[in-house]
Design a protein around this ligand. Structure first.
Ligand SMILES: Cc1ncc(COP(=O)(O)O)c(C=O)c1O
Length: 414
């Protein structure tokens, strides 16, 4: 379905939407598109997958996992998880306000706060929940938020949940923030607090915006800033502490969210900030208070992955070498890419629908990658999104690039 049709569909009554969307699903299945798949074995550079609607298995080279540092199948991390299960068991059996908060939770929170150069942190079951946590925990209808127009769906949903008045800004045009803040201030009641959020490493293209200028403008206007660094932790910064370390700005935003489901290779996320802000989240934010505390194996996995990151910073260097190598190889083959600084490489092939067809064929030939289509990206900017891992070999990168180039050429997209 093209982007215009999706906008139209959104305006239809529920039963019409449901009937239409289900019929689209059946058509996709019939046309052989993957509308759900299950993987077998650990998430790593090579995996076996099965389409949910067929009995065929497919061995694929994986360039679509956000486990950028290969942590999700790391022997040390796995051993630490097994030890933790033996010592502490599995689930916490309650929210952090009841039984779901242990010594291990506290130690990890303090370690993550230190990593972010903040006073304190709270752990959440995932990045989605972490974004719900800070939006709904800090803001209400009397405040205003100015958010990056490319923000993750969780931020946008959270803003709707909190009912907080909002404006969007274009992260490509940081100076455009000044007139937005001035307009809000000229109309707002005295005492209205303005918040602003932006992504660190951008999930759609791996780029990093001019965060220094962003922080400077926000500070000048007394704005509370929150950074979503889901894709920055573990992929940028000399020691993997993320976008702020990369730009020498650690501790310079008021709050920061990073997920542990990507480069950290596990699950869960944290929000860090000043002791007052974190106090508010810990005691008043429903997405923190009313969900069970992270399970012990997850706590152990995150802690062990942080050990590996500290001990082996060369993994991050290796990731960057792999990314640069793959970017060069894709360009040599005539492909249009964006050269970001993290593990994400977007590749563009033109009109609506093209990347979907290409990706289907790539999967059939043995390459697993993701695509981004509207509404994740603006109409016309659909892309193949390759995620590089530090553990990929040069041969695997060459195989993937050659497969994309030859398939795109055969299909007339290159
Ligand atoms: C920018 C951004 N924020 C938040 C999230 C949510 O993180 P999680 O998968 O841990 O829920 C994602 C995940 O895709 C993301 O890309």
């Amino acid at each position: 379905m093209d982007s215009r049709a999706m906008i139209e569909l959104d305006r239809k009554p529920f039963k019409e939407r449901l009937a239409f969307q289900y019929s689209m699903y059946l058509k996709e299945v019939e046309a052989g598109y993957m509308v759900g798949r299950q993987g077998f074995g650990p998430v790593d550079r090579r995996m076996k997958y099965k389409d949910l609607n067929s009995d065929e298995f497919n061995e694929v080279l994986v360039f679509g996992s956000n486990s950028y540092l290969g942590m999700s199948n790391d022997p040390y991390v796995k051993r630490k998880v097994i030890e933790a299960v033996e010592s502490y068991g599995i689930g916490t059996g309650g929210s952090p306000a009841f039984s779901g908060y242990t010594k291990q939770h506290r130690e990890l929170e303090l370690r993550l706060a230190k990593l972010a150069e903040h006073d304190d942190a709270v752990l959440l079951p995932g990045g989605y929940m972490a974004n719900l946590c800070w939006v709904t925990g800090l803001m209400n209808r009397n405040d205003v938020i100015v958010y990056d127009k490319n923000s993750h769906a969780s931020v946008i949903n959270a803003i709707k949940m909190a009912g907080v008045p909002f404006y969007t800004f274009d992260p490509e045009d940081i100076d455009g923030l000044e007139p937005i803040f001035e307009r809000i201030k000229s109309r707002a009641k005295p005492g209205t607090q303005i918040f602003s959020t932006v992504e660190g490493v951008r999930s759609t293209d791996g780029l990093i915006i001019d965060l220094r200028r962003y922080i400077e403008i926000c500070k000048r206007h007394d704005i509370i800033t929150i950074l979503d660094d889901a894709h920055g932790i573990g992929t940028v910064g000399k020691t993997g502490r993320g976008t702020l370390e990369h730009l020498d700005l650690l501790g310079q935003v008021d709050l920061r969210m990073s997920t542990c489901s990507k480069a950290i290779g596990a699950q869960g996320a944290f929000v860090s900030g000043s002791k007052e802000h974190i106090f508010l989240l810990r005691n008043f934010s429903y997405p923190y208070l009313f969900t069970s505390g992270l399970a012990q194996p997850t706590i152990a996995a995150i802690s062990a992955a942080l050990d590996v990151m500290e001990r082996e910073p060369e993994r991050i260097e290796r990731l960057h070498e792999n990314v640069r190598y793959m970017q060069d190889r894709l360009e040599q083959q005539g492909m249009r890419i964006i050269r970001g600084e993290s593990g994400i490489i977007p590749v563009f092939f033109g009109e609506d629908g093209v990347v979907r067809k290409l990706n289907k064929e790539l999967y059939r030939r043995g390459l697993f990658a993701n695509i981004m289509e509207y509404p994740m990206v603006p109409p016309g900017l659909e892309r193949l999104r390759l995620s590089v891992m530090s553990t990929h070999t040069r041969e695997e990168i060459d195989t993937a690039v050659d497969m994309i180039a030859s398939t795109a050429r055969e299909m007339g997209y290159l």
